[in-house]
Design a protein. Structure first.
Length: 710
């Protein structure tokens, strides 16, 4: 076992150029640390062999030896070279060694999944105190027992720090010090390539390590650099066409990432999608062609980042995403004058209704109680989520309006009424958080669900279907739609603010509720309805930052369906918030900001309320700024990640969500509603107004008779 020495406390260097205290560096010129030191003009001499670096290093100087063969090859350093370094009193940094004297290093390495770096010392300064957290992706760590390590790898809960410590988890030492030797048991110099985060924390860590290696004044980098960054800084002047550019880049992302399935790689898609229960697979080969929408579109990225900076893909084809992306493509086609996008939009809608199994079998049988419903995915055509159906339909409705097409009007009416007739007397789907199965509906019949007494005040799962009812009522004047929507909304508002069920955070619920309230004002502009809308908007915006970001917030009580991560053991076991406690400066672009953007724009146009108008423009500004920019990773350029820490101005948060962590992307939920809403902002328009000319009423009488009167 090794006893550690403390790093020296050194004075801050104020000069822009460092004194010529030369470091010897053995490593490739492509190594991230090599590139950083070169860019920062830190004096060093490069060597191609460990022996040469140590032999030529000046007495008492610093030597860095990087593991450029990581993760397949370990660094080989001889006992002779180690003894020579000790005799010359060299400060030696090495990483991922194959062997070290008096240390047993097993052949098997541990491969991280949800584990993060935990600081276990106080020597790195006030910003990296004991229990601070850093992200290290796809980490391969040598399983060595070390006393008093400086850094460890562990699966712990928290955002900025390990909230529950590390005493109850297995912790793998990552960095330790033995005399004049500092050893990393993984490749810490992979910080840029591997997209370690948050950037400021890694910057400070390497400032400390290099200060120790050089043994003189404190090193402070003027810049850091990253391969994946926000499009703009917090205070940068935006170009006059920034919104339009964001739309263009956001739509191009569908093509950059090859998410549109092409027949030439259909077998690869089916292989990784499997049965849909675990549709995670490797990053896409970006040399493959993009499809045209006729085979659908993939979900996006999973949140797991590989050590080369690429990300896993989610190879599933979800029904809601198809309709949502159809809307994004059609809206962008009009704004950008890209007629080819209309074809993709049309193909995606055709895929939903005509070219998949989603309206086949029982859901296509007029005598069935599930007629008109859409399953969650072609792999799961027998599972129905009301909210997924609602977003899919709103997407297809929006796409139809931009294309001036009535092609899918019949199917739109059938789907909304199919969901309507399995809602309870009070207008709720209820069930397993809004999830109903084909087997239950077929067995019990739709009237059983129609006659239920169910109240489930959870806007996330329920509220956008009420919005669909209100939209269809406005076009058809079929009063039962309005009456049931009003009952559901009233009961939900009577439970506001503290009795709502909430999924991953309470801001999500508030964001989702704005849309039906805005459209209720459209159809019945009463003082009460305007008051309800203002209550929810005001509560949502209470935590808005000056940059426009909406701060995440945990709900009160035990109403959380998933809720907060309450222990290290439960980290990563279920859907979870991006924060661990209220007050952390994190925004959610998958569950909150995206839906709030759309809902607030509808509220602004429905009321003309200046507060809502201001909120829309501030949120637009924020979303434009935090869109992903990357020259290296084209499949990320133009996307929006789920998490953004607006305090750090970096992509960082708790990654506990089992399926949708901090760095996930989604072609539907986040990308679509941000893009399509930005188009509306550019056009000074609303969804309600842009879809006003719909002629779906043509199919209403026959569908009502089919579903209710027979």
């Amino acid at each position: 076992m090794y006893t550690l020495f403390c790093l020296p406390v050194l004075a801050l260097l104020t000069s822009s150029n460092y004194p010529e205290t030369t470091i010897s560096l053995c490593g490739s010129s492509t190594n991230d640390l090599f590139q950083l030191m070169k860019r920062e003009r830190i004096a060093f001499k490069q060597y191609t062999s460990t022996s040469a670096a140590i032999a030529n290093a000046a007495e008492g100087s610093g030597v860095i030896i990087t593991a450029d063969g990581y993760p397949d090859k370990r660094l080989v350093i001889s006992v002779t070279d180690l003894n020579r370094a000790a005799k010359k009193n060299l400060r030696l940094y090495i990483e991922y060694p194959a062997s070290l004297p008096e240390m047993n290093i097993p052949d098997e390495v541990f491969v991280s999944k949800l584990e993060r770096v935990v600081v276990t010392t106080d020597i790195f300064g006030k910003h990296l105190q004991r229990m601070s957290l850093l992200g290290i992706n796809d980490c391969r760590v040598l399983q060595v027992k070390v006393q008093n390590p400086l850094l460890v790898l562990a699966k712990v809960a928290g955002v900025d720090k390990a909230d529950f410590g590390i005493d109850d988890v297995k912790a793998f030492p990552l960095l330790f010090q033995k005399g004049n030797m500092m050893v990393a048991l993984t490749k810490l110099t992979n910080f840029r390539t591997g997209r370690y985060g948050p950037n400021q924390s890694w910057k400070e860590l390497w400032e400390n390590i290099l200060t120790w290696v050089r043994g003189s004044e404190n090193i402070r980098f003027k810049s850091w650099g990253a391969d994946v960054t926000p499009m703009y800084t917090r205070n940068q002047q935006l170009p006059s066409q920034a919104g339009k550019l964001a739309v263009a880049k956001g739509v191009q992302w569908f093509y950059n990432g090859k998410f549109l399935i092409d027949s030439s790689w259909k077998d690869t898609w089916l292989k990784y999608q499997g049965d849909g229960t675990n549709p995670f697979g490797p990053a896409m080969d970006l040399h493959l062609p993009s499809g045209n929408g006729s085979l659908g579109i993939l979900e996006g990225h999973a949140s797991r980042i590989n050590n080369n900076g690429t990300q896993q893909y989610r190879w599933w084809v979800r029904t809601d995403v198809q309709g949502e992306v159809a809307y994004a493509m059609a809206s962008a086609a009009q704004l950008l004058h890209k007629k080819e996008y209309y074809k993709v939009s049309s193909n995606l809608a055709d895929f939903i209704f005509f070219n998949s199994n989603l309206r086949a079998g029982a859901t296509g049988n007029k005598d069935s109680s599930v007629y008109g419903l859409l399953g969650v995915a072609p792999t799961h055509p027998y599972v129905f989520w009301g909210d997924d159906n609602a977003r899919c339909m709103l997407g297809v409705i929006g796409a139809s309006a931009y294309m001036n097409s009535a092609k899918w009007d019949k199917e739109i009416v059938e789907n909304i009424l199919a969901n309507f007739r399995i809602s309870s007397k009070q207008g709720f789907h209820g069930g397993n958080n809004g999830n109903l199965s084909m087997a239950d509906i077929q067995k019990l019949g739709w009237r059983h669900f129609w006659d239920r007494d169910v109240v489930f005040p959870d806007p996330n799962f329920e509220s956008w279907m009420w919005a669909a009812y209100l939209w269809l009522y406005d076009k058809t004047k079929y009063k039962p739609l309005l009456e049931k929507a009003k009952i559901a909304i009233r009961l939900t508002m009577e439970a506001f603010p503290d009795k709502w069920n909430w999924a991953v955070d309470i801001q999500l619920e508030r964001a989702r509720m704005i849309l039906p309230l805005a459209w209720l004002v459209r159809v019945e502009n009463t003082e009460e309805h305007r008051h309800w809308l203002d209550m929810v908007v005001t509560k949502l915006l209470d935590s808005r930052d000056s940059c426009g970001a909406i701060q995440e917030e945990l709900g009160s009580g035990n109403k959380g369906i998933s809720g907060n991560t309450t222990s290290n053991k439960s980290y990563g076991d279920f859907e979870a918030p991006l924060i661990s406690e209220n007050g952390q400066k994190v925004s959610d672009l998958l569950y909150t900001c995206n839906f709030a953007f759309f809902g607030l724009n509808e509220a602004a146009h429905a009321t003309g309320n200046k507060k809502y108008i201001d909120a829309v423009h501030k949120l637009s500004d924020f979303l434009i700024r935090v869109q992903v920019k990357s020259e290296k990773h084209k499949d990320l350029d133009g996307a929006w990640f789920r998490a953004f820490d607006y305090g750090r101005w970096d992509y960082w948060a708790s990654n506990a969500d089992a399926g949708w962590g901090a760095w996930s992307t989604l072609t539907g939920w986040s990308q679509t509603w941000i893009l399509a809403t930005q188009v509306l902002v550019e056009q000074h328009n609303s969804y309600w107004e842009s879809t006003r000319a719909s002629n779906v009423n043509k199919y209403m009488p026959q569908t009502v008779q089919l579903m209710f009167d027979r």
